[in-house]
Design a protein. Structure first.
Length: 259
């Protein structure tokens, strides 16, 4: 699916070649240059962006390194298949936010979360410090005082999940959380529990994560985290990708800050 649900424009890049790479990258992800398509020639692209050939070539090298493009002799520069894209690259993730998050992106995000976050919660239950518990409680307090459909509520939700990853003591889990931070924020905004019952359910299960980690109950922490992710995915499914009522959330993210 390619229907746009949430758009989070990132700030412009700080160099010519980075900005050209971002523009082409967004066009690839949005499908304006589909898989297998050949990019326009150097002369056309340099004229389009108003840059020199060295700047363009540096931009193409960047996109090749991120898995979006390949260069072939006598063929030119070709868009690679989606499976080759480095989805853990901070720029590639930011460009997805620029292009618009669709249902497929949200499902993929939920699947990687299910593969990592329940285990992170279990490790956090075994390794958490008093400072970790204090941070989890601060995140819960923020969620409770903010309106469900506010950026503050989403940020509190995000802070709680990042605090769990941090409390796990596993550097890889921390890094994954940091890389997908912007996508998680967009996901939480989209799945905001607007109805009173939904809000109470969200707060209840997040509190169960905190309580289980604080009490050292790894099994309960795992179960609560799994339920939180599934519950969010169910709310995503209630938003029709073809509906004109689907929200468009605008929040500016600095390139590189989401990594």
């Amino acid at each position: 699916m390619t229907s746009r649900l949430v758009v989070i424009p990132t700030r412009r890049a700080h160099s010519n070649h980075a900005e050209v790479a971002r523009s082409i990258g967004v066009d690839i992800i949005a499908g304006r240059y589909p898989e297998g398509a050949r990019l326009p020639g150097d002369a056309e692209l340099t004229a389009m962006f108003g840059v020199s050939r060295p700047v363009l070539r540096e931009s193409v090298k960047t996109l090749v390194a991120k898995g979006l493009l390949t260069t072939k002799a006598r063929v030119g520069t070709v868009v690679r298949e989606r499976g080759a894209w480095n989805m853990f690259d901070a720029d590639v993730l930011a460009w997805h936010l620029d292009a618009g998050i669709d249902r497929r992106f949200l499902n993929d995000l939920a699947e990687i979360r299910l593969a990592v976050e329940p285990r992170a919660a279990a490790l956090a239950a075994a390794r958490r410090s008093e400072a970790d518990i204090a941070e989890l409680n601060r995140s819960m307090e923020r969620m409770r005082r903010e309106a469900s459909d506010s950026v503050g509520f989403a940020d509190g939700d995000l802070a709680l999940h990042l605090a769990v990853a941090n409390a796990s003591g596993n550097l890889f889990m921390r890094s994954i959380g940091n890389v997908i931070e912007a996508a998680l924020r967009a996901s939480f905004l989209l799945s905001a529990p607007v109805e009173t019952q939904d809000r109470e359910t969200v707060l209840l299960w997040h509190q169960r994560i905190v309580d289980a980690i604080a009490s050292g109950d790894a099994e309960a922490a795992t179960a609560a985290m799994t339920e939180v992710i599934h519950n969010g995915l169910r709310r995503h499914e209630d938003v029709s990708p073809s509906s004109s009522a689907a929200p468009a959330v605008s929040a500016v993210v600095e390139p590189g800050e989401q990594s």
